[in-house]
Every structure is written in structure tokens, then in C-alpha cells.
Design a protein around this ligand. Structure first.
Ligand SMILES: Nc1ncnc2c1ncn2[C@@H]1O[C@H](COP(=O)(O)OP(=O)(O)O)[C@@H](O)[C@H]1O
Ligand SMILES: [Mg+2]
Length: 316
């Protein structure tokens, strides 16, 4: 497999803090690697090293075979970076921000303007492009950040928690943008705190904790490790609760629980269980007001892998 980027044994210390304790990451060209971990796990540090913004204390990293330390200039021309804390200038308009980046990337003004206009249109910011970025909503800002990282048509793009703090509709916009990038053949490193996001977008997921990879695999493999998914059903008619419970029990082979009044839930091991449940509810004429397949949260994944919760209780 042709690797778009790879990191091997990266170590990075800040004073007494070991941010990375020998991390390995890799993605084939045109794939999405999800790097999943709680706050402080080392995600941003790893991204910064791969983006040539930080030198590792040990280990090596390369983008399309080009070393990020020895040949940082060449690496920078191949990558785009959207930071957790955005890099656009608040006082400039969306258009001005993108033109400025284009010119920093050695485009002439005419080409920089053309590229900026193209990106603004693609990201639904054509009209907002003439307004200062500080007037943008959170979702618009995130889209401008993404556009900014794409000005130079990078082969590899690092998205550091691109949806943290966005509401679900805006998160979907960003997901669609990421999907279209991948369709265009771009390789993506996506850091996230949400298993659901990694599951929706990534080909492979590396779960990291304290600067180390503690699990790696496809989304399906990881879900297997953490005990799959949970089906949740809320019958419209509470009188049908017992019938719905019987269906869930039969399909899952487990005793359903009731996490809230009128709702039943049961863990399932494979993806086909959901469609089976939908079919049986339908056949028995049980209407539902809620029906969902919920993935484990990062916290549940974490607890399974480490025996700890993501937010550790610190002894006072
Ligand atoms: N510039 C820095 N100086 C000191 N400590 C840092 C610096 N950057 C990161 N750290 C520490 O390194 C660890 C990993 O941080 P980071 O890579 O930002 O994690 P994440 O992005 O997963 O939240 C944390 O303990 C953080 O406090
Ligand atoms: Mg971070």
C-alpha cells in the first residue's frame, strides 16, 4: 500500500509532560485515518509534528515518503491543516483570508482570487465572502477554516477536531465536505473525540491515550472490541412495550433494559440486527416514536480498553 503519511515511534515531551510516548500512525493514499482520543491524549501534538510545526524528540514521520523534519518545505506544499483553534484573520473578509493564503502559496493575485471564489462557492460562503470573518457563525467559521486549508489543493489534509462544539446540522455539513474531499482522492487525518464521527468517516481508527496507540482497526473491528451497538426503541403506544421487548429479546438474545420510561434498549453484536428489528416491529404493527442504533461513546470505548473513564476523577 502507498502510504500518504506515516509516523513511527514519535515521542514529544513538554517539560515534565510526555505528550507523545512513541506513537505510530499511518494512512494509505485516499483513505481517512481517525485518531480518536480524549482531551490531552496527544492528538494535536501528533498533528503538529506531521504538519512540520513541531519537531519530535524521537521517532520519525513522513508525508508521501518525505521526512517532516529534514524536508519540511516540501512536506508543507503537500498538506493542508485545519487547526483546532482556527487560523483565519478575524478582521479580514472570507474572501480576503483565502486570497491572502493563496498569495502566501505563491499564486498570483488573479489566480488567488479565482481559487478563493471557487472555494467560497463550494463551501456555501459565496455571499458571506465579502463580510469580515468575525461576523460568521460557528458553522461558517468552520467551513472557512476548511476552505483555507484547501487553497493549495493539498494531497493530505489534517483536520484537528473539525466538529467539536458544532451542533448536529453543522456537523453534518462538515462531514459532507470531508466525504467529498475523500471522493476527490485526498487523504485525511481526522482527530476527534467522538467514536460516532470516526465511525462515519474513517477507514481506520487509532485510539490514543497518554500519547500511545491503545487500539487500532477498522470501525467494525473496534466496535466488536467494545461490544457493538445498542438498539433503542420507544413504541408510540406504551401498551405495546411488552411486545417490543419480546422482539428485542428474541433478536439480541439478551434481556432488554429500560433506560427511561417507555423506552427499551438492548446491546447487539452485529449490524444486521437493526434491520431485523425494524422488520419485526413493522410486521407486528408496532409504531415507534423513537428507533435508533447507538454506538458506544468514546467514554465507553475507553472504559473497555483501559478500565478508566475519559474524564478522570482527580484526587483533591
Ligand atoms: N506547548 C505545550 N506546552 C506544554 N504542554 C503541552 C503543550 N502542548 C501540549 N501539551 C500537553 O501535552 C499533552 C497532549 O496535548 P495535546 O496534543 O494538545 O492533546 P489533545 O489534542 O489530544 O487534546 C497534554 O497534557 C497537554 O497539556
Ligand atoms: Mg487537540
Amino acid at each position: 500500500m502507498n502510504l500518504a503519511f506515516e509516523a513511527e515511534g514519535l515521542v514529544k515531551r513538554f517539560g515534565k509532560t510526555t505528550a507523545l510516548a512513541g506513537i505510530d500512525l499511518a494512512a494509505g493514499q485516499g483513505t481517512v485515518l481517525g485518531v480518536l482520543g480524549p482531551n490531552g491524549a496527544g492528538k494535536t501534538t501528533a498533528v503538529r509534528i506531521l504538519a512540520t510545526l513541531l519537531r519530535p524528540d524521537a521517532g520519525r514521520a513522513a508525508v508521501r515518503g518525505v521526512d517532516v523534519v529534514k524536508d519540511a518545505g516540501r512536506v508543507r506544499r503537500m498538506i493542508g491543516l485545519t487547526g483546532q483553534y482556527a487560523s483565519v484573520d478575524e478582521d479580514l473578509t472570507g474572501m480576503e483570508n483565502l486570497v491572502l493564503i493563496g498569495m502566501l502559496l505563491d499564486l498570483c493575485r488573479v489566480d488567488a482570487k479565482a481559487r478563493a471564489a471557487e472555494l467560497l462557492k463550494e463551501f456555501g460562503l459565496a455571499e458571506a465572502g465579502s463580510r469580515p470573518a468575525k461576523t460568521y457563525s460557528g458553522g461558517m467559521r468552520r467551513r472557512l477554516d476548511l476552505a483555507a486549508s484547501l487553497v493549495g489543493r493539498p494531497d493530505v489534509i489534517y483536520l484537528d477536531e473539525p466538529t467539536t462544539g458544532l451542533d448536529p446540522a453543522k456537523r453534518d455539513d462538515v462531514w459532507n465536505i470531508i466525504r467529498s474531499l475523500v471522493t476527490d482522492g485526498v487523504t485525511v487525518l481526522l482527530t476527534t473525540q467522538y467514536l460516532e464521527e470516526a465511525d462515519a468517516l474513517a477507514d481506520d481508527i487509532s485510539v490514543i491515550d497518554h500519547g500511545k496507540v491503545i487500539a487500532h482497526g477498522s470501525p467494525a473491528e473496534l466496535k466488536q472490541v467494545v461490544g457493538g451497538q445498542t438498539i433503542l426503541v420507544r413504541p408510540t403506544d406504551p401498551a405495546r412495550l411488552a411486545d417490543a421487548t419480546a422482539i428485542l429479546a428474541a433478536v439480541s438474545g439478551r434481556e432488554p433494559e429500560s433506560p427511561a420510561r417507555g423506552v427499551i434498549a438492548v446491546p447487539v453484536d452485529d449490524d444486521t440486527a437493526f434491520t431485523t428489528v425494524v422488520g419485526r416491529l413493522d410486521r407486528e404493527g408496532i409504531g415507534v416514536t423513537e428507533l435508533s442504533l447507538r454506538l458506544p461513546s468514546l467514554d465507553e470505548v475507553f472504559f473497555t480498553l483501559t478500565g478508566r473513564h475519559t474524564v478522570e476523577e482527580t484526587a483533591a
